[in-house]
Design a protein around this ligand. Structure first.
Ligand code: SIN
Length: 331
């Protein structure tokens, strides 16, 4: 086979269970994430050689629960730099499942390229019987090598499905089909080398996004949940610590306990931005729905979950956006 005409895909490894190792092949929990290097991950999938020419880089070797904003900056810049090269046709990022949706949305809003960017991961360590990582990696490279994936924003290829970075979320602690896009469904599927999209992403992303990673420090934005008998201790401590924004993981449709609401009103008097999201996991939070945002001065997160709302708020504060509801309605 003449492979010189195959697309050239950069695979950037960051760690995760896909690079996890257990002492026993029957173990799918109690392993160490992020220890197997990118070359070994690629060696486990010989079929990659007939899909793409691979350029591999080890960006990090972490359990994604420990993802940092500094690593987001490094990753976003490296993905953008590679995609700016004429000899790179797409990028795949291997990642842990735990914060994959946050990193994916961050890249969706900051990488200014129409070339495909695809994240993938695994629920079982690389040493497990029936490890899911090798097929997920093959599928991710197959999607990244597909012309149909261009211009779709950052994608997540997992368990034969293709999801948009904006909509996808982890919905299971152990199941192999751990990712869903609750409000919208998957964009399409990848099966036995066939990539098929059934819908496109309508909200702006990548080349149409107004955001970039900060040149220096990221603004401090934290998430606070509302629940029965919640106190104001956390909000008051965050204000004292200099927080710039608080995303509320509200009950139901973004409602907030009266005690928390009073603490947040006081926080806003100190210039803190408050965004209402929901802890429910599906559905949207409507402006002036469960709370009067006009009167309170808060912003509603729409269909973004609290973790993605935090990503957007950090980027918007970095860009000095004044009309925050606009960006939550738009992105
Ligand atoms: C991680 O997120 O790095 C560990 C868990 C996983 O990848 O499934």
């Amino acid at each position: 086979m003449n492979t010189s005409s195959l697309p050239r895909i950069a695979v950037l490894a960051t760690g995760g269970t896909i690079a996890g190792q257990a002492g026993d092949a029957s173990k799918t929990a109690g392993y160490k994430a992020g220890v197997v290097g990118v070359d070994k991950l690629l060696d486990a999938v010989p079929a990659l050689g007939s899909v793409a020419r691979i350029h591999a880089e080890q960006i990090a070797s972490i359990d994604s629960k420990d993802m940092s904003a500094a690593l987001w900056t490094t990753l976003s810049r490296r993905v953008a730099a590679l995609l700016a090269q004429d000899d790179i046709d797409g990028v795949v990022v291997t990642h842990g499942t735990d914060t994959l949706e946050e990193t994916a949305y961050l890249l969706h809003l900051t990488v200014k390229s129409a070339k495909p960017v695809v994240l993938t991961a695994a629920m079982r360590p690389s040493t497990a019987l029936s490890a899911d990582g090798p097929l997920n990696l093959l599928n991710a490279v197959t999607v990244a090598a597909s012309k149909d994936a261009a211009g779709q924003g950052v994608l997540v290829a997992f368990n034969n499905q293709i999801h948009s970075a904006r909509d996808v979320t982890k919905t299971s602690t152990y199941a192999v089909d751990a990712f869903r896009s609750p409000e919208t469904g998957a964009l399409g599927f990848v099966q036995d080398g066939r990539v098929e999209f059934q819908r496109t992403v309508v909200r702006p992303h990548t080349v149409a996004s107004e955001f970039d990673v900060p040149a220096g420090q990221w603004p401090m934005v934290e998430i606070v949940a509302s629940y029965a008998d919640v106190s104001r201790v956390v909000v008051d401590a965050l204000v004292a610590a200099g927080v710039k924004g608080i995303v509320v993981a509200g009950t139901g449709n973004g409602s907030m306990h009266a005690t928390l609401t009073q603490a947040l009103v006081d926080a806003m008097k100190h210039g803190v931005v408050v965004v209402r999201a929901s802890r429910v996991g599906a559905g949207h939070v409507m402006r002036n729905g469960a709370a009067n945002d006009d009167a309170l001065g808060s912003v509603s997160a729409g269909t973004l979950n609290p973790y993605k709302a935090r990503v957007l708020l950090m980027l918007a504060l970095t860009s000095g956006v004044k009309d925050l509801q606009r960006v939550f309605d738009m992105y």
